[in-house]
Write a protein that binds this ligand. Structure first.
Ligand code: ZN
Length: 251
């Protein structure tokens, strides 16, 4: 279909070729008069000639150039989205694609170009996938840093960055279940890291003989644990151990 832009097998849009204008015959084979009409501006007349894209002389070049430019930009944006790891860049490119596809759909409605509406239908799902994958990769990287951090405090800082990234993702995809589940996991990670950080300080105070300070920090840890509704096994064990330690140190 040389006169139509369409999705090829790789899912990319083929650009429309700017071909030499072909004049439509005024006469049908039977000999009746044909009235040509421009698909874009709607002008019609017995002596109006239209191109192979069904466009009049005035519309052909600007319309074909505009369609080609927008299709090239859509393909370029798709390439950038797939290669970039920067969420801001990807989101900006999705906006451009949306803008271009909206205009291309208007051409499609007039029967001039094809393929844009199909691509537009799949754009939201693709956008959601790209954002969720980007956030998950950033979170994995932040948690790997948190795991490798030399202290519980540094671990907490690294994991807190993951939470900021997830919140950024949730702004774009409110209610996304994967991101919400990820946020719960990282929240727990940060909460445990915070507890470990307080316990580290309490043990250090104990080691230095600052018993009142140590008791104070153990109570802080207990307060932190008491604010957690569904405690897991490790957290329940911590509560028991801390309560015992406070009793021992208070004697
Ligand atoms: Zn026209």
């Amino acid at each position: 279909m040389p006169n139509q832009a369409h999705l090829n097998s790789t899912g990319r849009i083929d650009t429309m070729s700017v071909r030499p204008r072909a004049f439509l015959s005024m006469w049908c084979p039977e000999g009746s008069t044909v009235m040509a009409q421009c698909k874009y501006c709607g002008n019609k007349g017995f002596f109006l000639s239209v191109s192979e894209h069904g466009l009049c002389n005035a519309c052909h070049t600007p319309v074909v150039v505009d369609i080609n430019q927008r299709m090239s930009r859509v393909n370029e944006s798709m390439r950038i989205i797939q290669n970039s790891k920067v969420l801001g860049t990807q989101l900006h490119r999705f906006e451009l694609i949306q803008e271009d596809l909206n205009v291309l759909c208007e051409y499609e409605e007039k029967g001039i170009a094809h393929g844009a509406s199909k691509l537009l239908d799949t754009l939201d799902a693709f956008r959601e996938d790209v954002i969720a994958n980007n956030i998950k990769a950033a979170v994995d990287s932040a948690i790997a840093k948190a795991d490798a951090a030399p202290s519980a405090k540094q671990s907490m800082t690294a994991a807190s960055k993951a939470l900021l990234t997830i919140n950024e993702g949730l702004q774009e995809l409110p209610g996304n279940n994967e991101l919400i589940a990820c946020k719960h996991r990282v929240n727990k990670y940060v909460s445990d890291a915070k507890l470990n950080s307080v316990l580290d300080s309490a043990k250090l105070a104990e080691f230095k003989g600052k018993i009142n300070r140590a008791i104070d920090l153990y109570k802080e840890a207990l307060f932190h644990l008491n604010n957690i509704d569904d405690k897991d096994q490790w957290q329940l064990e911590q509560v028991a151990e801390i309560e015992t330690r406070i009793k021992e140190l208070s004697q």
